[in-house]
Each structure stands twice: as structure tokens, then as C-alpha cells.
Design a protein around this ligand. Sequence first.
Ligand code: CP
Ligand code: NVA
Length: 293
Amino acid sequence: MTTKHFLNLRDLSNQDILNILDRAIERKSQKQKEKTLIGSKLGLIFEKPSTRTRISFESGILNLGGNAIFMSSSDLQLSRGEPVSDTAKVASSMLDVIALRVDKHETLDMFAANSSVPVINALSDLSHPCQILADLMTFKENSVSELEKVCWIGDGNNVCNSYIEASKILDFELSIYCPKEYSPDPSFLNYAKQNSSFANSREEAAKGADIITTDVWVSMGDEKTKERAFEGYFVDTDLIENTGKKSIFLHCLPAHRGQEITFELMEHPSSKVLQQAENRMHVQEALIENLLS
Ligand code: CP
Ligand code: NVA
């Protein structure tokens, strides 16, 4: 049997995603969490900082009955030049599933190609698929109707790329308002060209959207790139209140008040960002079950 990895959202089918969302909601409702993976070991190899992803994976695997081993890449022999392929072979001989947060997506591909156990993308420069599972779960909890439209405002970054994939897999419209020079990855746009398109204004992108979302202007690892010009690419309460729908606001966090969002937005009734952050844990529990089944 081939090893199942989760490097991009498209590694899951539409049905896989729906099953994972249902299972995550079921597990969330359990006071006593069903321990379906007693003794399983999750490795976490992180090249970048994290709050939500690390906490959600570590607590999620405990809820499943397993254990996590967190490794900052700077503490591993990787930092002294040990090849990714050797690290993957050794780590996967002792662990059951491994999540990596990497600077370069190619590191994930190389790791997965040499791993005998499932590898999960815990964020790369290219994509952040675990985040989108949590966003979809949060929408499902807050709405009785189907997801028809998502509005993305700001940098066409890793999170945006994963939203583009979601638009195709789940067949919704994604309207992106971003500066031309910070457009999403062309291969992702090409993958979902029927579902994802660009808007000419914040209002156009937001019109009729069920979800309004955004992200930091400067992602981790982008600090050294040229001056970022995102003035005008922000979300405020006006935008949310005038979509013509009962929209929810999501943000993967961390958020920068005064940049991509206004100061009061996080506390607006439409904002589901804390629920969204907690859902990272529930949805990743369901994802790990799926990958190890
Ligand atoms: N959303 C998210 O991935 O947050 P962290 O960077 O804190 O893990
Ligand atoms: N786009 C952001 C997401 C952080 C969770 C980054 O890569 O830094």
C-alpha cells in the first residue's frame, strides 16, 4: 500500500474532506475524546515559529491517545547539513506520522518521497492546507447553507494558494483582491481557473461572499523581499456588513491590527477567528485518523 501524504489540499478528495469535517465536528462534541490512536507517535519538525499549529498538533495527538515529539530543525543534524532524505528515512522508521513546517515546499516533497509514514504540511512557503480544513469546518459550524463564495483580500500567499485549491475541490467561487505583483502561485491559479478569479476592488471581491478572509501582509520568510505595498488591502466592519449576505470573517492568525484588519474587527459578531483557531486541533485529529486508516 502506498503511503498517504498531505502536502497540499488536493491530496484529499472532495469526499475525504467532507468526511474529515464531519469527523472533526463529531470529535469536537466528545467530552471524553475517543482514543483511536493509542501509542501513536507524531513527529513535528519546524523550521519556522508557530503558536496554533504546534499547540493544535501536540494537543490533538494527545486527544487521540498518542504522543508528540517536537523538533526545532535548528536542534537537528539537518542544521549541520544532514540530507533531508536521510532524516526522513530515520525519523519515519521510528514515528507513525510526521508534520513539517518548512521554508521551502521542496523540502516537504523530498521528505515525503523518503518517508515510510504519512507526512503532513504544517505550512510551507507555497501552501497551508491544514489551515483551510479548519476554515471549512468553521464555516460548516456557522452556516446551514452551502459555501458559495469566499473573498480573499491581501497577499496572494501560501494560505491563499490553499484556498484556491479548495475552490476547485469543493466547487465554490474564490474572488481574490491582491496587488498584481503579489498574485498567488500561477500553478495553483491554473489548477482552479474555473473557480478562482481576481476582483478590481475590495467591494467587488466581498459582494455575496460567505467568508471574508485575509492574512498578514508579510509572511514568515518574506521579510527580506522588497518593500511590501499593501495599503488599501484590508478588511473592516463596513466591508463585512455590506456583502449582501450574512458573512463570517476568518483570519488564520497572527493578525496585525492597523494593517490587514482594522482594530475592532476581531471583536465584531461576524468574526469567528478564535473558533477557527481551536478548530485546527479538531480537524487535524480527524486528518491524522484519515491518513493512518
Ligand atoms: N495559523 C497558523 O498556522 O498559526 P501559527 O503560525 O501560530 O501556527
Ligand atoms: N502567510 C502566513 C501564515 C501564518 C500562519 C505566513 O506564512 O507567515
